[in-house]
Design a protein around this ligand. Structure first.
Ligand code: SAM
Length: 472
């Protein structure tokens, strides 16, 4: 029985409700009256439920899809402005006891190089990341209670936050580790992580079990209920995601929104972010073996509909996507992207040798962080290295309140400009620096509150004089 408030996976992600939703969407995909009603509701910018959004996803009427794209762009501008937050993944260990059939870290893969960074190696990697200009990391690990116990994760977080190299600092660590216990989530919270990220991979229980044939990740309920345990452990910023390509995308999309609705219904706060990874080629993985790959156009439609359905949830696109695809979806609602990424364990301080491959998947966008920053500026975005919200305690419902009231623009805009200025002073190439400084001058003028504007001017000036880490 479907129940968004239930704490049981099979009730809040009810297979029956998803199938009913898909049938409803099919039945109404040409129902222009209903589609117009749904779009009118979406224009209120308070989101859509999974049924409404699924009708729009099924709809193939070009003018209606265009309306959704236009609305996604408007919502992105209204809620997030032209800022794009940058981060990098840091793979700490690829030891893994699971059997995920799409991931080269699966236990049976004997030819991938297994690596786990020591604390000394972490210092080297993070120093290299700081030298690129990164301030925000997402740490990634395979699941292995012996090689990657929670103590290793906690020690690594402490090491990373403690590295002070030149003007560098990692100010926010998001964590992408396997589903764990309330107690461990509490420890992660105490270690001051930002967002806890866990991709559902697929919401379809039957497929999930087939795709995760062995290991602790096989347990669908334990995995699907992880965000509830994370919230019980005090983590109020959680990041959802589906690995597109595994199952039918319309099924996944409905499941993803139902998960968001469930978190809102039970905890009063929806997901902080949604990621939209697609399966990529990897060591012993051929993405063509999976039948449900989606085209770039469907991918863009999904991004636009996520933006329209959960306006207050950040959307993340990684370097799994090419420059061209990233360029296509950025205006449709993306708020965070990775740049200069390595998906190997180690590889930032020294590039990995080919015969020593430990990467999780092939990176499509291989540009350096500076190239990505330069490109964003050319496209009219403000590359942001801001980490202020969670450091100011604006997490969970406090962040959501800020976001839902569209107040995000009042403090995020100057914060983005100040962190960009830090980047330009410390790490940018000459061309990027010149463009970036001109952008900051132009964007400072847009701040309407005179007091905020004056303070932002002063801080930006002080950053030029060597001071760091201002925030609103
Ligand atoms: N082991 C943890 C877990 O079970 O959630 C951490 C996740 S893993 C390091 C990060 C994510 O990469 C996975 O959740 C999965 O969605 C994605 N991934 C795995 N194999 C992939 C592939 N071949 N292409 C693209 N993404 C992949």
């Amino acid at each position: 029985m479907y129940n968004a408030k239930s704490l049981k996976a099979e009730e809040f992600i009810s297979d029956e409700e998803i199938l009913d939703t898909l049938a409803y969407a099919d039945a109404n995909k040409d129902n222009v009256e209903l589609i117009d009603e749904i779009i009118a509701k979406a224009k209120l910018q308070k989101g859509l439920n999974h049924r409404e959004a699924s009708v729009l996803l099924a709809c193939e009427i070009p003018e209606k899809i265009q309306e959704v794209y236009d609305l996604a762009k408007k919502i992105k501008e209204d809620y997030y402005g032209n800022r794009i937050v940058l981060f990098a993944p840091l793979y700490l260990s690829n030891y893994c006891v699971n059997g995920c059939v799409y991931c080269p870290y699966h236990l049976k893969n004997k030819h991938i190089a297994r690596k786990k960074l020591t604390q000394e190696e972490i210092v080297k990697e993070v120093t290299a990341l700081q030298d690129m200009g990164h301030k925000r990391l997402a740490i990634e690990l395979g699941e292995d209670p012996v090689n990657n116990p929670i103590e290793y994760v906690l020690e690594s977080i402490k090491t990373i936050y403690g590295i002070k190299h030149k003007n560098g600092a990692i100010r926010r660590i998001n964590v992408n580790i396997a589903a764990t216990t309330v107690e461990n989530y509490r420890k992660l919270k105490e270690a001051e992580i930002g967002t806890y990220i866990l991709f559902q991979e697929t919401y379809n229980k039957k497929s999930y079990e087939e795709l995760h044939p062995t290991g602790p990740k096989h347990d669908y309920a334990y995995h699907t209920e992880a965000m509830d345990r994370a919230m019980e452990g005090g983590i109020d910023d959680v990041g959802l995601g589906v690995l597109f390509g595994l199952e039918m995308y319309r099924y996944e999309f409905a499941g993803l929104l139902m998960h968001a609705e469930h978190l809102e219904a039970v905890h009063g706060v929806g997901p902080h972010t949604i990621s939209v990874p697609r399966i990529k080629r990897a060591d012993d993985i051929d993405p063509d073996q999976f039948d449900n790959g989606i085209s770039d156009d469907i991918f863009a439609k999904i991004c636009a509909l996520i933006r329209v359905s959960v306006p207050y949830t950040g959307m993340i696109i990684s370097t799994r996507e090419s420059q061209a695809v990233r360029e296509k979806v950025l205006p449709l609602g993306v708020s965070q992207i990775s740049g200069g990424s390595r998906t190997s364990v180690g590889g930032y301080a020294e590039p990995e040798q080919e015969e020593d491959n430990s990467a999780q998947f092939d990176v499509s966008d291989q540009r350096s962080l500076d190239e990505v920053v330069d490109w964003l500026i050319d496209l009219g975005y403000i590359p942001s290295f801001c980490t202020a919200c969670y450091r100011e305690g604006r997490t969970g419902d406090r962040f959501m309140a800020l976001c839902k009231n569209m107040q995000i623009l009042n403090c995020c805009h100057p914060n983005a400009l100040m962190t960009l200025k830090e980047y330009l002073e410390d790490y940018a190439g000459e061309e990027t620096k010149a463009k970036g400084l001109a952008l900051i001058d132009k964007e400072l003028e847009k701040i309407t509150n005179p007091k905020v504007k004056q303070t932002a001017y002063e801080h930006i000036h002080d950053i030029g004089e060597g001071k760091r880490d201002f925030r609103f």
